[in-house]
Write a protein that binds this ligand. Sequence first.
Ligand SMILES: NC(=O)C1=CN([C@@H]2O[C@H](COP(=O)(O)OP(=O)(O)OC[C@H]3O[C@@H](n4cnc5c(N)ncnc54)[C@H](O)[C@@H]3O)[C@@H](O)[C@H]2O)C=CC1
Ligand SMILES: O=C(O)C(=O)CO
Length: 321
Amino acid sequence: MTKPYVYITRKLPDDVVDSFREKLNINMWDSAEESVPYKKLLEESKKAEGLVTMLSDPIDETILSQTDTLKVVANLAVGFDNIDIESAKKHRITVTNTPDVLTDTTADLTFALLMTTARRILEAADMVKKGEWEHWSPLLLAGSDIHHKTIGIVGMGRIGEVVAKRARGFDMNVIYHNRTRKQKAEEELGLNYVSFDQLISSADFVVSLVPLTDETHHLFNANVFSHMKDEAIFINASRGKVMDEMALYEAVKSGEIRGAGLDVFEDEPISADHPLLTLKEVTCLPHIGSASLETRYQMMELSLNNILQVLEGNGPMTAVD
Ligand SMILES: NC(=O)C1=CN([C@@H]2O[C@H](COP(=O)(O)OP(=O)(O)OC[C@H]3O[C@@H](n4cnc5c(N)ncnc54)[C@H](O)[C@@H]3O)[C@@H](O)[C@H]2O)C=CC1
Ligand SMILES: O=C(O)C(=O)CO
């Protein structure tokens, strides 16, 4: 029997991919770093039954409508804003993502970003390495406390809940806003549900963990930043486009808020001359929320298992709703 053809849009480690070769005829883009060109993606999607895609690949109506072979797209991410879900539904192509396996790892990074920004860790480490540490002094690199402060989490989903758990371990007061109330998490973790406006005006740390949708695009804008506390720190570990970057830049520069910790940007990679990168109060990371070796391997295995399950007619393990 011929094996179904599957295309992976980035070079993944052989030790993961090889174990699937017995059942799948797998081909990969030849770079681990560079995205597959759109033309090549379109060409491959016309002959593949399964695609493993990256969050940087636009899986749009053109790709989804021009294929007679494609049955399943497995996105190597929990976020799926790069995929036209309506179009996939219309063309009866299953879309899967990688929930759960990355939750703890992304929550760790989100909390690390909060701590790094609040305690000015990058500025401090830089000072030492550059030989610029001359004295101990009473207010040298004094930052903001974390313990006993209020963290406001917007998007109390899988990752939001684990960030809340981390925060409770630091004796923080946790408030949240979500599309729906999470009674169980409220009871188990001692969380308080508040309106978006209440959260924005009362949190010391405002953390975005909402998916990017039409509704959340630029949710964090100039008006919202102007209602935050002067000492507020904004953390974005979800998607860049949920914030208006230039409005954030102005808010930090003018002292409307104290700082920001960002793992994601409106355009990735952010350009080296972007104004946000000039602010010492802003910590910027290259979208590494789920980037531990253990988790990335689990994400790759889950994506390939999703493809295999769908192509063997068993139904996906983690389909996007
Ligand atoms: N920085 C990184 O590397 C990573 C980023 N992410 C991002 O984090 C997001 C969240 O992931 P999970 O927690 O697994 O997703 P999830 O679906 O479990 O949680 C999202 C929560 O946001 C809520 N929500 C959606 N729209 C809302 C709105 N307009 N207002 C208020 N709440 C709203 C949902 O009800 C849900 O509870 C992903 O969509 C992805 O964009 C995820 C993993 C790694
Ligand atoms: O899973 C996601 O949505 C990411 O951003 C990377 O893990």
